[in-house]
Design a protein around this ligand. Structure first.
Ligand code: PLP
Length: 449
């Protein structure tokens, strides 16, 4: 980390901001009584680095919250948003449209790789997109004369958001506890990982629940009552667990067999993160509905999307009350945000960042895989630029995370895993720096054991 000595006035201003942060700001998913991350006030960024008010520079190996896919300080995206905000900040998409919203919907349709998967609804956050997908699935079945299909089946360790319905889609205690009663109609199948042996090696020999566990949950719920199965191609928040080969293909078959919609939550994995535009493209299947958020706005634009098969869209013309979707949020598909997302997609294409993520991700994984031999390292896994090194205990992972912080590298702690999701623009040298830092920390941990 490069530490800059601050002039006295800047030091006083930094102290004031830290005090006001501690006094006024309520942080998401953070212990009360702390200012940011031990007092982390981010004031700027350039490329893959962010700067904090105390004069420090950090290599952001977690891209904020896995969303700053293009890094920081880009004028191309900022200029596109500025120009749109001056022309027309936004206009409602209720019975009207804007140019950026039309263009972004068309661009996403072109990226799905499937002609049918072509109709997009916009909102702001990943939670909102997944909540919308639930409503679309339930309304769709009712409109086609199958109103008994209400249940949503997802993986127990998945994460789909922080609204009440999306919290109900997960069994992660932090998302659920204290919020009960959560909405009814959500059931879970065990995820394809083994929590019991997550702390014992070698986990590869363990029997992890496969897609047959999804079928069992489907049968237990009564397949005629299930509206949709919702999955992440890589269980991100659970600690970066890519779905095994063949898993999604089998779930697709189950959906077809039982008349259930397949919803892929690509909020974290979409727009190149795994080395493909969409995570499902690694699996040779097409979902019925796909949601996007983080990489779409790339931390510049607040926008998320729900893209559905044209046939699902068409079913909504039968709605008795409206003749269309009864759902919306005032500034969903905000024109300035859509203009930003279009500039993001331009940059991803122009700079060939999807292939870049596959390449740099493979390099990082290869470096990190060498750590598997260390006694405290339980597993190393990843898909593109979404990676995790799992230790035997959360405490060990926390020690590694802290050591990386001391090196000026920001990773993310998820249970016993140190996870990485740097900007897709990460250079080879920066990938080596992240790997060096993690390796150094893991070796130091090993020496203390
Ligand atoms: N779905 C997945 C797979 C996520 O990783 C997240 C956030 O991390 C969400 C949904 C929720 O998105 P948001 O925080 O934008 O509401």
């Amino acid at each position: 980390m490069r530490n800059q000595t601050l002039p006295q006035s800047a030091e006083a201003e930094a102290a004031r901001l830290l005090a006001d942060d501690a006094r006024y700001l309520w942080h998401s998913w953070s212990p009360s009584g702390t200012a940011g991350r031990g007092g982390m006030v981010v004031t700027g960024g350039r490329g893959c680095e962010v700067f904090t008010v105390d004069g420090r520079t950090w290599l952001d190996a977690r891209a904020g919250m896995f969303n700053a896919a293009l890094g920081y300080g880009r004028t191309d995206v900022a200029d596109a948003m500025h120009a749109q905000a001056q022309r027309l900040a936004t206009y409602t998409l209720t019975q009207a449209a804007t140019v950026p919203a039309i263009e972004l919907a068309r661009r996403i349709a072109g990226l799905t790789g499937q002609k049918e998967l072509s109709r997009t609804f916009f909102c702001h956050s990943g939670s909102e997109a997944n909540e919308t997908a639930v409503k679309v699935a339930r309304q769709f079945h009712a409109l086609r004369g199958d109103p008994g299909r209400r249940t949503i089946l997802s993986l127990a360790d998945g994460y789909h958001g922080s609204t009440l319905a999306t919290a109900a889609m997960s069994q992660i205690p932090a998302a659920r506890a204290g919020n009960e009663p959560l909405p009814a109609g959500f059931v879970h199948a065990p995820a394809p990982r083994c929590p019991e042996c997550a702390a014992r090696r070698p986990h590869r020999t363990c029997a992890v629940p496969g897609p047959e566990a999804v079928e069992q949950a489907l049968l237990a719920a009564g397949p005629e009552t299930v509206a949709a199965i919702v999955l992440e191609p890589v269980l991100g928040v659970a600690g970066v667990w890519p779905l095994p080969a063949g898993y999604l293909r089998r779930v697709r078959e189950l959906c077809d067999e039982y008349g259930v919609l397949l919803v892929l939550d690509e909020v974290m994995t979409g727009i190149g993160r795994t080395g493909a535009w969409f995570g499902y493209q690694h699996h040779g299947i097409t979902p019925d509905i796909v949601t996007l958020c983080k990489g779409l706005g790339a931390a510049y634009a607040t926008v998320s999307s729900v893209t559905v098969r044209q046939s699902i869209y068409e079913a909504f013309s039968a709605d008795p009350l409206m003749g269309g979707l009864r759902h919306g949020v005032t500034t969903g598909g905000h024109a300035t945000a859509c203009a930003g997302a279009l500039a993001v997609l331009d940059a991803v294409e122009r700079e060939d960042l999807v292939a870049g993520a596959a390449r740099t991700g493979a390099l990082l994984l290869e470096r990190l895989a060498k750590l598997r031999d260390l006694p405290a390292v339980h597993d190393v896994r990843g898909a593109g630029l979404l990676l995790a090194v799992e230790f035997d205990t959360p405490e060990q992972a926390a020690q590694v995370d802290t050591a990386m912080n001391d090196d000026g590298v920001l990773a993310r702690l998820q249970g016993a895993a140190v996870t990485l999701a740097p900007p897709l623009t990460l250079s080879t040298e920066q990938a080596e720096r992240i790997a060096d830092s993690l390796e150094r920390a893991a070796l130091a941990l090993d020496a203390r054991l």
